[in-house]
Design a protein around this ligand. Sequence first.
Ligand code: ATP
Length: 250
Amino acid sequence: MVAIRLEGLGARYGRAQVFEGITTDRLPGGELTAVVGPNAAGKSTLFKRIASLLSGPGTVHVEDVRPERRAVCYMPQDTGANAVLTVYESVLLAAKQGGGWRVAEHELRAIDRLLEDLRISDLAFRDLGALSGGQRQLVAIAQALVRRPEVLLMDEPTSALDLFRQIEVLDFMRRTAASEGMAVLIALHDLNHALRYCTRTMVIAEGRLVASGPTDEVITPAMLRDVYKVAARVECCSEGRPMIVVDGTA
Ligand SMILES: Nc1ncnc2c1ncn2[C@@H]1O[C@H](COP(=O)(O)OP(=O)(O)OP(=O)(O)O)[C@@H](O)[C@H]1O
């Protein structure tokens, strides 16, 4: 199964350094890893650096990529829709990106299934430009998944979704990561989502990786105080799941 490992990764825009020296253990396929940190910490920049959209020091190791699979796919935070395409056309284009233009029956069936799984089949023949922000975000998830990457980098994929859809999508991503053996890194602001869905969590702050490991060991009152400047507790809900209770600013 695929695994991704970062070694001494750094990034800068011009003379402004965003982060340096980011090194991780192996992040294995089949699991979700949360990438968290305050605004402007560098989460999107880290994803761009991993996807080689930015150059910089350090190495991204992606091991055991299956020959027929794409190694890394980046789903950006901003899912603008300038192209005059229907939802179905846009997902089909994403599937064929970088490959031949012949379309096999099984590829069309895979797109149908994906739209059904994300419950957006009813949008298939709507123009992208006529969708709501949340609908566009669901289409962007379909465009990313149809490429069947080994490593998927999702930049705040649920930021425009209502509560029901957030839970539905993160549940779906967890199941898909497990069934496809895909390593999924998700930038999140909702740390309760990280606690609930992500096996591991990486915390970026002040230009470096300040914590990385099993989510329940990383998301602690001390981290919330030091990184997010909030006084908070991690308590178990009535169903035994950990959740964050924020008391105020630290
Ligand atoms: N294209 C760019 N040119 C110059 N600086 C940039 C560019 N993109 C981002 N930055 C800067 O790099 C830093 C990190 O930005 P980044 O978008 O990676 O943070 P983030 O953790 O994803 O933030 P947020 O949680 O607010 O989305 C910020 O200071 C930002 O202003």
